[in-house]
Design a protein around this ligand. Structure first.
Ligand SMILES: Cc1ncc(COP(=O)(O)O)c(C=O)c1O
Length: 415
């Protein structure tokens, strides 16, 4: 019997694949020097690993441009702030959706309140889907950027980024996509989908550690750097270099974090090759990873559909978001009638060691639209690739238990 049944992969994936822990430890011990600053052998090795990781991630995300446009940041919040504050100017118009995380909502709100920017927030349907035609309608002559959350971190709904990208491409606006909940689960094709800036975080589906994230910025998108400083190159210049990645990478990068992403990329590719029977000699990194993602997505879909089916069959359980067959990731929001979300979260943890997240999940507009404010948010179950049958069974049992408790309490209150 496990100590914990982990259903909080939407917050951060856990555990990571074993090679990630091993490679981070080994690389940090053997080559843990400041990359890109010195010319000695250790620094060259560290820099080579970073360059390789940029190339792997470019392929992973279907980006055929210069891998130096893959920029490392602290996390997706850092990337999205860099994108929005670096791009938008007073007088501009910004289109976002009501599905965005606070890492987009708050920069947009600050730009609107303090920066002379107007913002349109496109509303999803009742299951968490944006109609691409609503994006077309929202775009105006002054629209500088359209930002869309690929996968909702509350409802799990996955947007049709290719369709939205086609619409944005007909305009002068830049298309920014937040891939936090989909990177590592859904195969993303930055070039074909017309994404101009792709923001990712390292510690969720990409199976890296916390403290590493990044963004891919298409050539031709002019971004002001969010911070300026040392880059290890062109030190004589009084200003931040224009060349990527240095333009947006000031200060020492997280070498252990990048090593974690590097090992995770190798893990994806190995999994993909294994799924294809190992016979695919010469298969590209991108193709191998896509095979892995098909497998991961199928496994996670199975987990979430089992949870959804079981929860919907329990009296007084309310399930939000996508119906069967709609495009989604394995994030499931629910509530139990008569209980606040955090009560349910505390009970499934306290009585069953089931780790979930309860509350507003940094996406308050989703909760307004889904009608979960009466429960002070929702309880989010997010299984991951390493979730197993035992986890699923214990989670269902825990919810049945809490729902029965809530029903008994209601009956007692009526007496
Ligand atoms: C959809 C979405 N966007 C952005 C973020 C922010 O990611 P990070 O906290 O790693 O910056 C998250 C994290 O929960 C998220 O789910």
């Amino acid at each position: 019997m496990k100590d914990n049944f982990y259903f909080d992969n939407a917050a951060t994936s856990w555990p990571k694949p074993e090679p990630v822990y091993r490679f981070m430890d080994r690389f940090f011990r053997e080559f843990g020097v400041n990359p890109g600053r010195a010319g000695h052998a250790l620094a060259v090795e560290a820099e080579a690993m970073i360059g390789q990781t940029r190339r792997l991630l470019a392929e992973f995300f279907g980006f055929g441009g210069d891998p130096d446009r893959v920029v490392f940041t602290q996390n997706a919040t850092d990337s999205l702030n860099t994108a929005l504050f670096g791009l938008i100017e007073p007088g501009d118009h910004l289109v976002i959706t009501r599905l965005e995380h606070n890492s987009v909502l708050r920069p947009a709100n600050h730009l609107e309140r303090d920066g002379g920017v107007s913002v349109t927030r496109v509303r999803p349907d009742g299951y968490g889907y944006i109609d691409p035609e609503d994006i077309r309608e929202a775009i105006g002559p002054r629209t500088r950027a359209v930002v869309v959350n690929h996968g909702s971190n509350v409802l799990g709904s996955v947007q049709d980024i290719a369709a939205i990208g086609r619409i944005v491409a007909e305009t002068d606006a830049a298309f920014i996509v937040d891939t936090c909940q989909t990177a590592g689960v859904v195969a993303i094709d930055m070039d074909r989908w017309g994404i101009d800036i792709l923001a990712f975080t390292g510690h969720k589906g990409l199976f890296g550690p916390m403290g590493i994230g990044g963004m891919i910025v298409r050539d031709g998108i002019a971004l002001r750097p969010a911070r300026v400083g040392g880059t290890g190159v062109d030190s004589i210049s009084p200003f931040q270099p224009d060349a990527y990645p240095f333009h947006l990478e000031a200060g020492t990068v997280s070498l252990p974090g990048i090593a974690g992403l590097n090992a995770a990329q190798a893990w994806f590719a190995a999994l993909g090759r294994e799924r294809l029977g190992g016979a695919e000699e010469g298969l590209s990194h991108g193709a191998a990873c896509r095979a892995a993602l098909d497998h991961i997505a199928a496994r996670e879909r199975d987990h979430v559909e089992r949870l959804r089916g079981a929860f919907e069959a329990i009296d007084n359980v309310i399930v939000y978001g996508p119906r069967a067959g709609q495009p989604r990731v394995a994030t499931l929001a629910m509530n139990i009638a008569g209980l606040a979300a955090d009560q349910v979260g505390a009970m499934v943890d306290g009585d069953h060691c089931v780790c979930v997240r309860a509350g507003l999940h940094c996406a308050p507009l989703v909760h307004e639209d889904a009608g979960t404010m009466g429960h002070q948010g929702a309880v989010r179950f997010s299984p991951g690739y390493f979730t197993d049958d035992e986890d699923i069974e214990v989670a269902i049992e825990a919810v049945m238990d809490v729902a029965e408790f809530a029903a008994r309490r209601r009956v007692a209150a009526r007496r």
